[in-house]
Design a protein around this ligand. Structure first.
Ligand code: 3NM
Ligand code: MG
Length: 511
C-alpha cells in the first residue's frame, strides 16, 4: 500500500458496551468504510491477545477490500500477528523505536502528541503521522492529559512546520459533525499548514447509520481541504509572480487621474501621495461632475470616511459614471461596521455598480461580506480571524464581487477571487498619521488605471511600492516620529518611482 495514506477521516474503534453496545464491530467498520472512512484503527484495551488478533484479522479483511489501512492501537505484537499496515502508539505505550524494530520500516506507525515537545520528538523519531489531541473534552477518553482546543493544535502544527517536518497530522477528541469545519479552519497556521484529517470514535461508532455519519463528515472535510488548498495553493509571502515593476513605471508615464471622493482630513495627504507616485489627483465630491472626469481615463476612489445622505447620492452617481466609461472604481468602506448608517451605506454602495477594488481592514471587509459569513464560520463578530479565515474571506468576497479585495493589517491579504497574495511589508508609523490608509486607496486607483492587464498585479505592486516606501522612510535617521515620517514617506515613494523608471528594482528585494 506504500506510505501515501489518506488520513482525511480516520476511524478509531471502541468495543466498550457504552459505545459499541450490542452491535457487531466488524459490521460497524464495514459500514463506516462504505461511507468513506479512509483509515481505521482497532482500539481495544480489554480483549485478550488471541481475541484481538482474531478481531484484527476480520477487520483487516474488510479494510483490505476497501483499500483502507488498518492500524492497531498500542499492541504492536497484535499488528505483527495480523500483518496489517501498522500501529498507533500513545505516549504511555510501546515506544516508537521499539515499535519500529518490531514492525519494520514499511509499517505505518502513528504517535499521539499533546504537546509541541511530544510532537517534535515523534517527528525526530520517524513517526509516519501524528494524532494530535485531545482537542475537545470527550466522554470517550476521560483521562485526557490536556485539552488543546483548536489554538493548541495550531501551535503544534506551526512548530512542526517551523522545524521543517512535513509529517501528516490528524487531530482527535470530541470532533463531531457540528465542529469539524470550524476545527479544521481554525487549526490552519498563518503559513498555511493544516491538518490532513480528523480522527473520531463516537460520532461514527454510535451513529444509527455509520455509513451516513462517515459520508457527512467526509463531505465537510473534503470541502475545507479544497478551500484551504485553493487559498494557500498560491504564491506565498513575497511571491514575485504578481509583482510587476511596470505598474510603477506606467503610473509615472501615463499620469492617470485619481479622482478622490474622500473626507476633508485625508485630501491633502492623498493628493500628495498621488503626486509622489506620478499620478494626477483630483478631489471632487460633486457627483454631477463625475461623468466628465470619468472620460479622462483615470480611476475613482470612493472613501466612506464621512457619510451623509448627499455624499451617498454623489457616490452613487460617480460609480455609475465610471462604470459607464469603463474606468475602474476603488471602494474604501471606512468604518463600515461602526454604525447602522454605515452598514446601510455599504449596501447602497455595493449595489450602486461595479467596484473594481474593495480595500479595508478586517472589520470593514467582514462587514462588506455580510453577517452570513460570520455565522457560517461560527466566529463571533468581535473575535479576529486567523490567517486561513482571512484568506477565505478575501477570496470569497472577491469571487462574489468579481473584483479585487484587499484586507489590510499586519499581513495584508489580496485576492482576485482565485489566488490569495499575502504582503508582510509596511511600518507601524503608517498607523500613526491620519490619511495613510485612505491614501493607499489612492495609490491603488492610479495603478489599476494605468495597468489594465492585471488588476491583481496592479494592486499588489502598488501596495508594495507604498509599504516598502514606508519601511524605508521609517528607517531613515532623520525620521523621529509621525511628523518627520510623512515628508520622508513622500520622498521614498518618489525615489522608488524614479529608481524603477531607471531600471533599479533593488527596493523589491524587500517584498
Ligand atoms: N485518543 P471521540 S481522544 C482515542 O487525545 C482518543 O489522544 C485521544 O473519541 C487523544 O471522537 C480519544 O468520541 C477519544 O471524542 C476520541
Ligand atoms: Mg492512546
Amino acid at each position: 500500500m506504500g506510505k501515501t495514506i489518506d488520513y482525511s477521516l480516520y476511524l478509531v474503534t471502541d468495543s466498550t458496551p457504552e459505545i459499541l453496545g450490542s452491535r457487531d464491530l466488524v459490521q460497524v467498520v464495514e459500514d463506516a468504510v462504505a461511507g468513506g472512512v479512509t483509515c481505521v484503527q482497532l482500539r481495544d484495551k480489554t480483549s485478550t491477545t488471541d481475541d484481538l488478533i482474531a478481531i484484527g484479522k476480520r477487520l483487516h479483511e474488510v479494510t483490505k477490500r476497501a483499500g483502507v489501512p488498518l492500524l492497531i492501537n498500542d499492541r504492536v505484537d497484535v499488528a505483527a500477528a495480523v500483518q496489517c499496515e501498522g500501529a498507533h502508539v500513545g505516549q504511555d505505550d510501546t515506544d516508537l523505536a521499539e515499535a519500529r524494530k518490531i514492525l519494520g520500516p514499511d509499517a505505518i506507525i502513528g504517535v499521539s502528541a499533546g504537546t509541541v515537545e511530544e510532537a517534535l520528538r515523534a517527528c525526530e523519531g520517524g513517526a509516519d503521522y501524528l494524532g494530535i489531541g485531545t482537542v475537545y473534552a470527550t466522554q470517550t477518553k476521560k483521562n485526557s492529559k490536556v485539552i488543546l482546543g483548536p489554538s493548541g493544535v495550531r501551535e503544534i502544527l506551526a512548530a512542526i512546520a517551523e522545524h521543517g517536518y512535513s509529517i501528516p497530522t490528524v487531530c482527535i477528541g470530541g470532533i463531531n459533525q457540528s465542529n469539524v469545519q470550524l476545527t479544521l479552519e481554525q487549526t490552519v497556521t498563518p503559513s498555511g499548514r493544516r491538518l490532513d484529517g480528523v480522527a473520531v470514535v463516537s460520532v461514527i461508532m454510535v451513529a444509527p447509520e455509520p455509513a451516513r455519519a462517515s459520508s457527512d463528515l467526509l463531505t465537510v472535510i473534503r470541502e475545507v481541504a479544497r478551500k484551504t488548498t485553493a487559498a494557500f495553493g498560491t504564491p506565498k509571502i513575497g511571491a514575485t509572480s504578481y509583482v510587476a515593476p511596470d505598474v510603477v513605471k506606467r503610473v509615472c508615464e501615463l499620469k492617470p487621474i485619481s479622482h478622490n471622493m474622500t473626507n476633508l482630513v485625508v485630501q491633502n495627504i492623498a493628493a500628495n501621495v498621488a503626486l509622489a507616485i506620478g499620478a494626477s489627483p483630483i478631489m471632487s465630491s460633486y457627483g454631477e461632475e463625475a461623468s466628465d472626469l470619468a472620460k479622462l481615463g483615470g480611476a475613482l476612489v470612493i472613501n466612506m470616511g464621512t457619510v451623509t445622505p448627499e455624499g451617498l447620492a454623489n457616490h452613487q452617481k460617480a460609480i455609475k459614471a465610471y462604470n459607464e466609461a469603463g474606468r475602474p472604481v476603488v471602494y474604501d468602506p471606512v468604518g463600515a461596521g461602526a454604525t447602522a448608517i454605515r452598514r446601510a451605506a455599504v449596501k447602497t454602495i455595493i449595489s450602486a455598480g461595479t467596484l473594481d477594488v474593495i480595500k479595508g481592514n478586517e472589520g470593514e471587509i467582514r462587514t462588506v461580506f455580510g453577517s452570513d459569513q460570520t455565522q457560517q464560520r461560527g466566529v463571533d463578530s468581535s473575535s479576529t480571524l486567523n490567517g486561513a479565515q482571512k484568506a477565505y474571506l478575501v477570496r470569497d468576497l472577491a469571487a462574489r464581487e468579481g473584483n479585487i479585495v484587499v484586507m489590510t493589517g499586519e499581513t495584508d491579504y489580496v485576492s482576485d477571487g482565485t489566488s490569495v497574495v499575502r504582503i508582510h511589508n509596511g511600518h507601524k508609523l503608517l498607523g500613526e498619521v491620519t490619511g495613510t490608509g485612505c491614501s493607499l486607496g489612492t495609490a491603488i486607483s492610479a495603478a489599476v488605471a494605468a495597468y489594465p492587464e492585471s488588476r491583481l498585479s496592479a494592486v499588489v505592486t502598488a501596495m508594495l511600492h507604498y509599504e516598502i516606501a514606508a519601511e524605508m522612510a521609517a528607517e531613515r535617521p532623520d525620521v523621529q516620529g509621525p511628523g518627520t515620517f510623512v515628508p520622508a514617506f513622500l520622498d521614498e515613494l518618489y525615489k522608488i518611482r524614479e529608481a524603477t523608471a531607471g531600471g533599479d528594482l533593488a527596493w523589491l528585494g524587500r517584498a
